[in-house]
Design a protein around this ligand. Sequence first.
Ligand SMILES: C[S@@+](CC[C@H](N)C(=O)[O-])C[C@H]1O[C@@H](n2cnc3c(N)ncnc32)[C@H](O)[C@@H]1O
Length: 278
Amino acid sequence: MSDDGGAPGVHRVTRRTADRGESARASRLWWEHAADEYQAEHGAFLRDTGFVWGPEGVDEADARLLGPVDELRGARVLELGCGAGQCARWLRTQGVERVVGVDVSRRQLQHARRIDEETGVGVPTAQTDVQNLPFAAGAFDLVCSAFGGLPFVPDAGAALTDAARVLRPGGRLVFSVSHPMRWCFPDDPGERGLLAEQSYFDRRAYVEEDTAGRAVYVEHHHTMGDWIRGIVSAGLVLRDLVEPEWPESNQQIWGGWSPLRGRLFPGTAIFVAAKPAG
Ligand SMILES: C[S@@+](CC[C@H](N)C(=O)[O-])C[C@H]1O[C@@H](n2cnc3c(N)ncnc32)[C@H](O)[C@@H]1O
């Protein structure tokens, strides 16, 4: 349970600004509370030693967005917002020895410890905020993230700049986030989720507050242009942008993601970027 006072009760949903500190605090509070349910509901889909990029089910074992696994074996890898460390653990099973995961939520990392013990594949982790990475410049060959941390920060450019800082020249940053066009629609997997209600250009955060007006959940919106601008201003080169299609075989509903909506518009964006070598 959180050291901020227990389970967050949601009193009001609003759109407003939320700065770095408030956003990180809300994420920590929220995920302390939500981690058990998240792992119970999605753990089987994520798999203890699987690398799934998002609700569509794109699997790194097939997609190879991180590059050929042979080239990863000696790499130093950082996973941002690792949750229970499934992605990092998949990398370990592929022979990548030097993998570290970071997450703001202690409870998510406790699930990582549980799965480490159950699988016998351990992932070193640290509880920290992706907005302030406690690593030296150039410490990693690869930074990756599956919906981890980055959708929850107000200044995507600053977070990407910090991720680029810890990458060595020639290294790669690959991350998935909610597809920006989802912002227009209610987060509803059914028919209601097909009707645009909100401006794509409205950058005010989605905020759930408690009775004292404190944010207990914050999600930020960055347009496609914002993400690309953030990548470029971090000194990275965009190599690919993957918008996975919803596969016929996937019948699961995950929050606002569903086969109904997935047939019509993208739910996930995966950015593949590289830091120039010289
Ligand atoms: C949707 S979960 C994804 C976790 C994991 N990558 C997965 O695929 O299951 C989002 C994760 O981001 C973490 N997170 C949110 N804001 C963060 C921040 N500012 N710094 C670090 N982690 C954060 C949450 O604690 C949570 O574990």
